[in-house]
Design a binder for this molecule. Structure first.
Ligand SMILES: Nc1nc2c(ncn2[C@@H]2O[C@H](COP(=O)(O)OP(=O)(O)OP(=O)(O)O)[C@@H](O)[C@H]2O)c(=O)[nH]1
Ligand SMILES: [Mg+2]
Length: 653
């Protein structure tokens, strides 16, 4: 592939609700541009863009991928992203390096939840965008309804740039409202200019009027001309539509049916004509690098040839066989061969210029989100990807000893690749926890670990680290006595245990209430130590005990056999306390466009919440959580936890 200058490059992220037809569009575009000899099909497993085994298995996109399409002396770097909600991290990564977004909706459904969410992510980055109303060939579809849903939801700046010729099974082409030309697409990648069908003529003039009216908002001189009733030339219309689109004041709507290859070439034309090129959009953070090299790694993925890092170059020029420096990890990375990625195939590249997207294999110390620079002295990083917090957690267990040995490394690797995953170890339950964006996300990760790293993992709900406490004051005796040869061991204590306020700052208080030296002062620290030890194990459920005050009230000692250690053991023998717990749940509401609900919820109830919340809110809701405090669990749950502990303790015996 020839080298394109930044002015000739368009970096366009494809975003949508799941299954709107993004990947099929890329396949059609590759065919139209001559890069593929036939049009790949997602459903037949022949897509150029969806090729990873997990993607083939599910017929859906799971990874953000850059796929260049050469069109009219322009390189359109499509960044295809997944529509399924669990893979939001990939969408954010794709949008991070895009200069514009193409939002795909279907003519059946118009705006869906995934449209709203990805629209919002594009807003976060202020990206200019265009909308494609896709699947216009299907039964029970309507251009008008889809358009209405777009304008209702996103405002009147969303206006058609094209309107369809024919509908449903008769859909065969589009009319371009700027040039007022019709094009039909019938058979393979052929396109034909046609006369505008008579029945569309009236519609076209009113839609064109609407387009111009919206576009001139971005240009005072044109606005004046328009208001004075002067006719704008086609070039002037094109130029204001371009200006309006780039400034975000106008969002043009196009028509098509990707899998039928209808309207794809007119879409590519519109991308070239209206979306910003890579030279005019050098972001603030990249400007700091001047002419020095800066590149942002937005995707790393394990492949047969080693890890492939895909990046966008912001400034400078990258050549093969050079060195770059990772600003985050301080690593000196050797760039071997440069690659232009193209889905399942790739081409060697002689250089990657500023504004372009490329890939390189085998960087040893570079992960998703890292900045690479041309010099060691650079400390500035490019703005990181705004990843969401993981919200679904499972505990993972190796299936065999061999799996155990390799598990740590495999988990570290997947977390470096996918920044919406997190691995932690619960210090109390000793479980290894894997967190991500949903059940499918974690399931696919586990499958990937098996395939790529040969590590077989089993998944379970994480154990909750409960706490024990008591409800009522109780008294207990512990006595340790051993006679063996010379010195014996003797200690005897009476302890009073009472609850402290649940949720309070103090979780444990020890008090010495001995009078008359019945337990000599030098042994008291031993008693406290023993108490602390036994509280760690709890008494009924095997969980640590909190919110208790323990007072040493009485005891006995032996002048020869007693020692701090004997008392420590005596105190740790206090195990017959049979008490219950105490507690509450709180909830708070904060209004703000969308509702934000703050609540205290038992962790055990949150295990599958990501899935539940998604279905309750049709996918709109998201949540984050953090530990608040320990509270009493209901009696039935208590019984369960205690029974489980007993069972586990029995099993150990
Ligand atoms: N009738 C019709 N079907 C289409 C069209 N475009 C795509 N499809 C079908 O819609 C389904 C989803 O297409 P994809 O291209 O995988 O959609 P996607 O947006 O990439 O999906 P995700 O990546 O999973 O979000 C497939 O079965 C396609 O064959 C179209 O224009 N018309
Ligand atoms: Mg796809």
């Amino acid at each position: 592939m020839k080298v394109y200058r930044a002015e000739q490059i368009r970096n366009v992220a494809l975003i949508s609700h799941v299954g709107a037809g993004k990947t099929s569009l890329v396949d059609a575009a590759l065919y139209d541009s001559g890069a593929a000899t036939r049009q790949g099909k997602v459903d037949e497993g022949s897509s150029v863009a969806d090729y990873d085994p997990d993607e083939l298995k599910r017929s859906m996109t799971l990874h953000a991928k850059a796929i260049p399409v050469e069109w009219k002396n322009t390189k359109i770097n499509f960044i295809d992203t997944p529509g399924y909600a669990d893979f939001v991290g990939e969408v954010k990564a794709g949008l991070r390096v895009a200069d514009a977004a193409l939002v795909v909706v279907t003519a059946e459904k118009g705006v869906e939840v995934g449209t709203e969410l990805t629209w919002q992510y594009s807003d976060e980055r202020n990206l200019p965008r265009m909308v494609l109303i896709n699947k216009l060939d299907r039964e029970n579809t309507s251009f008008d309804n889809a358009l209405k849903s777009l304008r209702d939801r996103f405002g009147l700046k969303v206006v058609p740039l094209q309107i369809p010729i024919g509908e449903q099974s008769g859909f065969r082409g589009v009319v371009d409202l700027v040039s007022q030309k019709g094009f039909t697409f019938e058979g393979g990648n052929k396109v034909q200019e046609v006369a505008i069908p008579a029945e569309l003529k009236e519609n076209i003039s009113s839609y064109r009027e609407q387009l111009i009216e919206s576009a001139v908002e971005s240009d005072d001189a044109m606005m004046e001309k328009f208001l004075e009733g002067e006719e704008l030339s086609d070039e002037e219309v094109l130029s204001v539509v371009k200006k309006g689109t780039r400034s975000g004041q106008l969002i043009p709507v196009l028509c098509g049916a990707g899998s039928k290859n209808i309207g794809v070439q007119t879409l590519l034309d519109a991308i070239v004509d209206y979306l910003p090129d890579a030279a005019e959009t050098v972001p603030e953070d990249a400007k700091e690098f001047g002419n020095n090299l800066s590149m942002f790694v937005f995707k790393t993925a394990a492949a047969q040839v080693g890890t492939i890092s895909t990046f966008r170059l912001y400034t400078g020029t990258l050549k093969p066989d050079t060195h770059v420096y990772n600003v985050q990890t301080k690593a000196d990375e050797r760039i071997g061969q440069l690659i232009t990625p193209r889905g399942k195939t790739q081409e060697p590249a002689t250089e990657i210029p500023a504004g372009d997207i490329g890939a390189v294999a085998k960087l040893s110390n570079t992960h998703t989100g890292d900045t690479l620079a041309g010099s060691k002295d650079v400390t500035t990083t490019l703005t990181p990807i705004n990843f969401p917090e993981p919200c679904y957690t499972v505990a993972v267990f190796p299936k065999s000893q061999a799996d155990l040995d390799k598990m740590g490394n495999a988990l570290t690797r997947v977390v470096e690749e996918d920044r919406t995953l997190r691995v932690t170890r619960d210090p109390e339950t000793a479980e290894v926890l894997l967190s991500g964006m949903g059940e499918s996300h974690l399931q696919i990760t586990i499958e990937g670990i098996k395939r790529k790293y040969g590590v077989d993992l089993e998944v379970r709900d994480p154990r909750i680290s409960y706490r024990e406490t008591i409800r009522k004051k109780a008294r207990a005796n512990g006595r340790h006595k051993r006679q063996s040869g010379g010195h014996g061991q003797f200690g005897d204590v009476w302890l009073e245990i009472e609850p402290l306020p649940a949720g309070g700052e103090e979780t444990f208080v020890f008090e010495d209430k001995i009078v008359g030296g019945v337990v000599p002062g030098q042994y008291i620290p031993g008693v406290e130590k023993g108490v602390r030890e036994s509280l760690k194990r709890g008494f009924v459920s095997g969980n640590p005990m909190v919110y208790v005050k323990v007072a040493l009230v009485d005891g006995k000692y032996h002048p020869v056999d007693s020692s701090a250690q004997s008392f420590e053991i005596a105190a740790s023998l206090v195990s017959d306390i049979n008490t219950k717990r105490g507690r509450v749940l709180g909830m708070a509401l904060v209004g703000d466009g969308m509702q934000q609900i703050t609540a205290n919820v038992p962790q055990a109830e949150m295990l599958h919440y990501a899935t539940d919340l998604r279905s309750i809110t049709q996918g709109r809701g998201s949540f984050t959580m953090e530990f608040y405090q320990y509270e009493e669990v209901p009696a039935n749950v208590q019984q369960e936890i205690i029974a489980q502990h007993k069972k586990a303790a029995e099993a150990k015996k």
